[in-house]
Write a protein that binds this ligand. Structure first.
Ligand SMILES: Nc1ncnc2c1ncn2[C@@H]1O[C@H](COP(=O)(O)OP(=O)(O)OP(=O)(O)O)[C@@H](O)[C@H]1O
Ligand SMILES: [Mg+2]
Length: 298
C-alpha cells in the first residue's frame, strides 16, 4: 500500500491578464511508508508547487492524489487539514518559528490540535522532542536568541512532534552553513528511521540529495527519475565520514541520537508515534482542531 500516490497530476494557474501557466505536468509519483526521496530542479521548475500538492495544501488541476489509497479529493477541506496536521510534518528553509514564543511553546503548538493523552501531555512531549534534537537547555529561549542551526532544530522538533508519517522538506538546509546543514539532515534521517516516516526532500544541494534512496529531477514541471551514479545512495558509513567533526554533530552522527545523551530518545519518538494512534481514535480535542483548522472551501 502506498502512503501517497500522484497520478498524472497537473497544476495550472491563470495569472491576471496572462495566459494559463502549467506549473506541473503529468506527475506520477508513489511514496511508500519509510521512503526517502529527493527532488532537485532549477529555481522556478515547480518544486515548491509540487511540495504543496504532496502536503495536501493544494489540489491538482487534473489528475489524482491518493493518501492511504483514498483520493484526497474525497476529503472535505477540514478533513484534509486534520489529516495534514496528524500525518505530515513540514520543514522549510525559513524556519517559520513564531517570534515572541519560546522554543517550548513553538514545539507545543501542533499538539494543541492533538487529542486525548497527547493533548494533555503536550508540554512533556514537546520538551522530550526538544531534548531529542539536542536543545533541552534551550526550552525557554526565544527564536531570536537562537542560532540558525538551533532555530532549524526547533522547527524540526515542531514538525516531528506529532509523529508524522510523511516529512516534507523544502530546502531545509538553504539557510544553514554546510556543517550545520549536514547535521540537521542527519537528525531528520535518524528520526525518520526510528519512526518509519517517509521523507521527501527538495534541495539544490547534491550532497543532501545523495542521502535519499530515490532521486528525481523536476524540469519545467516534468518529474523524471535521476539515474546518476554520483547520486548513488549513501551508506551510513559514508554519512559518518562526510559528517562534520564538531563535538555536537559528531555525537549526532555517532551511532545516532542516543549518544546525544538522549536516553529518552526512543521514548520521545515512541510518545510521538503513540500520539499518531490517538489521532486516529479522534477524541475530543480533534473536533476542536477541525473547527480551528477549517480554512476554506465551505
Ligand atoms: N499562484 C501562482 N500564480 C502564478 N505563477 C505561479 C504561482 N505559483 C507558482 N507560480 C510560478 O510557477 C513557477 C514554479 O514555482 P515554484 O515556487 O514551484 O518554483 P520552485 O521550483 O520552488 O523555485 P525555487 O527553487 O526558486 O524555490 C514559477 O515560475 C512561479 O513564478
Ligand atoms: Mg521553491
Amino acid at each position: 500500500m502506498s502512503l501517497l500516490s500522484l497520478r498524472e497530476v497537473t497544476r495550472t494557474v491563470i495569472p491576471q491578464d496572462q495566459p494559463a501557466l502549467t506549473i506541473l505536468n503529468g506527475i506520477d509519483l508513489e511514496i511508500e511508508p519509510g521512503d526517502h526521496v529527493s527532488i532537485v530542479g532549477r529555481s522556478g521548475s515547480g518544486k515548491s508547487t509540487l511540495l504543496n500538492m504532496l502536503g495536501l495544501l493544494d489540489l491538482p488541476t487534473s489528475g489524482e492524489i491518493l493518501f492511504d489509497d483514498r483520493p484526497v479529493r474525497s476529503y472535505s477541506s477540514a478533513q484534509r487539514d486534520r489529516l495534514r496536521g496528524a500525518a505530515i510534518g513540514f520543514v522549510f528553509q525559513q524556519f517559520n518559528l513564531l517570534p515572541g514564543r519560546t522554543a517550548l511553546e513553538n514545539v507545543t503548538m501542533p499538539l494543541l490540535y492533538a487529542s486525548g493523552r497527547t493533548f494533555w501531555r503536550r508540554k512533556k512531549i514537546a520538551a522530550d522532542m526538544l531534548a531529542l534534537v539536542g536543545l533541552e537547555h534551550r526550552l525557554n529561549s526565544m527564536p531570536d536568541r537562537l542560532s540558525g542551526g538551533e532555530q532549524q532544530r526547533v522547527a524540526i522538533a515542531r514538525s516531528l512532534v506529532r509523529g508524522p508519517r510523511l516529512i516534507l522538506a523544502d530546502e531545509p538546509t538553504g539557510a544553514l552553513d554546510l556543517d550545520t546543514g549536514q547535521s540537521v539532515m542527519e537528525l531528520i534521517d535518524e528520526v525518520a528511521e526510528r519512526t518509519g516516516a517517509a521523507q521527501v526532500i527538495i534541495t539544490h544541494d547534491p550532497t543532501i540529495a545523495r542521502r535519499a534512496r530515490r532521486h528525481f529531477r523536476l524540469d519545467r514541471g516534468v518529474l523524471t527519475p535521476v539515474d546518476d551514479p554520483s547520486l548513488e545512495p549513501l551508506t551510513r558509513r559514508d554519512r559518518r565520514e562526510m559528517a562534520p567533526s564538531s563535538a555536537e554533530s559528531a555525537s549526532i552522527d555517532d551511532g545516532g541520537l542516543a549518544s546525544l545523551g538522549l536516553a529518552g530518545t526512543a521514548t520521545a519518538v515512541g510518545t510521538a508515534v503513540a500520539g499518531r494512534d490517538d489521532e486516529r481514535d479522534g477524541a475530543s480535542s480533534d473536533d476542536e482542531a477541525a473547527t480551528d483548522g477549517d480554512g476554506g472551501e465551505s
